[in-house]
Design a protein around this ligand. Structure first.
Ligand code: 5AD
Ligand code: FES
Length: 356
């Protein structure tokens, strides 16, 4: 396939409001040489729509308890080998203080999905964070009752991440025993309804997933107009149902990322930790293929290794501030800079402005 033909298809995909499935499958199957124009195109769109700044989100993994049995995730309840932990209010506040001292203006509070902490506890914690620090709070704590989402929003939470992992109902339900795809969609709707800037995302290379599924994921992201989308390759974990399966291809994850940028334009797209946790660190490539966000990990060092979603996770031996220095020195491409602003969603602002 000639490069000019690939560019023509890319232009069509970029202009159309509803992307064509066949075009996406074709672009996802480009080989090593052919994919260069795809990455370059995504980089151009990234520059036009979100600029050269790389936004920062400090992540605190405050509990690894989980009631679910997701067949890819090392935190699943059947992993009895994992030592479980939960941070105290003081420990979370100390981590947020370090994030804030580094100049970062978003904290992502992430945990497994388990009601070991009462919703009110998290609500009070959010209030205290908002009182003490000038920082946006993103939650990533899974499927909860609408009243809990409402309470946390009222307490001051700004954003919520809930990945769909795969937008194919049958595949979703085969990978998430006991969970319902429709409930997940319902949670995403309720979060949006409550005014959260809502993030989604998927995993690349899951057992049973093909290029068509990935193309459908991209169409799903476009249709739901999420403010953030995290895309990362699957990494098999010994203590899960998918042990022994092939790992996801990071280069395919980069293609999904690039197409997501081209199609969704001004969404915030992180260079995910799963992309960094490979034979080489693909986060620099991600930043050149559409990504505009990095998420240094500020979980206290003594717990970091226990948040083992997958093996070989990046940055578990350094503290958060060394992570930040390392990202600047090793990951940031030429011409890009770390952006220490809050980095609210550009879509959210658009919607608020058009609603008044
Ligand atoms: N490989 C890659 N990503 C994974 N996640 C969970 N398990 C794995 C795995 N084995 C991702 C999911 C989840 C996020 C916290 O980590 O997308 O939403
Ligand atoms: Fe914890 Fe899936 S195993 S949310």
């Amino acid at each position: 396939m000639s490069l000019s033909k690939i560019n023509t298809i890319l232009e069509g995909v970029c202009e159309r409001s509803a992307p064509n499935l066949g075009d996406l499958v074709f672009l996802l199957s480009l080989n090593e040489d052919e994919q260069v124009p795809l990455f370059d195109f995504a980089d151009k769109i990234r520059k036009n729509f979100v600029g050269d700044g790389v936004l920062l989100r400090g992540i605190v993994e405050f509990s690894n308890f989980c009631r679910n049995t997701c067949s890819y995730c090392g935190l699943n309840v059947n992993n009895k080998k994992l030592t479980r932990y939960r941070l105290s209010t003081e420990e979370v506040l100390e981590s947020v203080k370090i994030i804030s001292e580094c100049g970062i203006k978003t904290v992502v509070l992430q945990s497994g999905e388990e009601d070991v902490y009462p919703a009110v506890w998290l609500g009070e914690l959010i209030k205290e964070i908002k009182l003490k620090f000038d920082i946006a709070v993103t939650l990533s704590v899974g499927e909860r009752l609408e009243k809990d989402y409402a309470l946390w929003r009222k307490s001051g939470a700004d954003r919520y991440l809930l990945k769909i992992e795969t937008s194919n109902k049958a595949l979703y339900e085969s990978l998430h025993p006991g969970m319902s795809f429709n409930n997940r969609l319902g949670c995403l709707d309720r979060l949006k309804g409550l005014g959260y800037q809502t993030g989604c995302g998927n995993i690349i290379g899951l057992k049973g997933q093909d290029l068509r599924h990935l193309a459908e994921d991209i169409i799903f992201f476009k249709k739901h107009d999420f403010e953030m989308i995290g895309i990362g390759p699957f990494i098999p974990h010994q203590e899960t149902g998918l042990r022994g399966e092939l790992k996801g291809d990071p280069k395919l994850a980069l293609k999904v990322l690039a197409l997501t940028r081209i199609i969704t334009k001004n969404t915030h797209l992180p260079a995910t930790t799963a992309l960094g946790s490979q034979e080489k660190d693909f986060r620099a490539d991600a930043l050149k293929s559409g990504a505009n966000v990095l998420m240094p990990n500020f979980t206290p060092l003594k717990y970091k290794a226990l948040y083992e979603i997958y093996p070989g996770k990046k940055c578990i031996t350094e503290d958060g501030s060394s992570c930040l220095g390392c990202l600047e020195a090793n990951i940031l491409p030429k011409g890009r800079y770390l952006d220490f602003s809050r980095g609210d969603s550009l879509k959210y602002k658009e919607r608020i402005t058009t609603n008044v």
